[in-house]
Design a protein around this ligand. Sequence first.
Ligand code: PCP
Length: 380
Amino acid sequence: MRFLIVSEEDIRAGLTTDKYFLWTEQVLKSKGVNPRVVAEVTTSSWGIFVGINDVLKLLEGKPVDVYAMPEGCLFFPHEPVVTIVGRYLDFARFETAILGFICHPSAVATQAFKFKLASGGKRILSFGTRRMHPAISAVIERSAYIGGCDGVSNVSAEKYLGIESVGTMPHALIICFGDQVKAWRAYNEVVDERVPRIMLIDTYYDEKTEAILAIENVERVDGVRLDTPSSRRGNMRKIVEEVRWELDIRGRRDVKIVVSGGLSLKDVMELRDLVDAFGVGTAIAGAKPIDFALDIVEREGNFVAKRGKRGGMKQVYRVWEEFRDNVTLFNEKAEGEPLIQKVMENGKILKTFDMKEARDLVLRQMEIIRSLGIEERFLK
Ligand code: PCP
């Protein structure tokens, strides 16, 4: 018995396509129609572009050229993030997988970006792989990390991404001991001492009661985590304020406060001055996919486009100082740095993108947004 996961071979062979592409192939072949086209991937919202490496792996060896923005680049509405040049039948059936490789990962990165921007510099931890299929855990953590998360909880990130995962402790640990103090002490004794001691303080009693219990009974407490259930959240800010107060008056300003559980961007903005780190699950890992589409914009050298799309192969020039772009036809010049570069030539991969470089690019863009004071535009 195997998990229901489509194999890499089947994805490469084009099995994960939508049926209408197979009928399209059949019709075009039978009528001898196979134009040379330029097709581009665009959407009507802004976001952080992630997923190009898998697209390149998918198209490797096929007689097409591919152009793309760098991974981690913030794209604006209607800008091409990927452009494919070749005969339509050489890539038609891969549209489904090409979009699948970027729609959800880019959405995860975009959500991570928003949370990091909203946090005002506080730590954002990706806690949400449990909300999605485990086969894509590493994809989620990579996207979350590129988007700006400071840490990721899924252990697969260590093997697949080369980054150390982070975490605290689950309620199950406390309940197995049936006693918070015993559980916290045991954690202290057993877990590698390099791991910060972030004690979960909402299992049985009020958070401030458990916070006091922790610092008064456990030798080492680096932080406390409030995962307060929604049924108990009258006013989360007041709860966190109380915990901070009780810790401070006992001389424990050093104890960090971590908040998790169903967090939204609004929650983070409301709590960021009080909280040191946020564990975010569903709102990042389960991000609503960005609805990228792949559209033909040139056929046999002529501009074409369906309604709502813009014809012609394009270049995007970024004016960094103002954080705005100029979009032109590909061979035209404009003010700014060209963002679209050739990444595949006739099926040969010219460039892949490094996760850490992509993350650096994201953080650089975030810094520019902050320095220009235009955060509001990117928090919607
Ligand atoms: C998990 C963890 C985080 C949650 C998930 C993040 O919660 O403690 O708070 O995901 P979310 O943003 O989608 O809520 P639980 O399922 O309560 O896990 P546990 O009781 O094991 O800590």
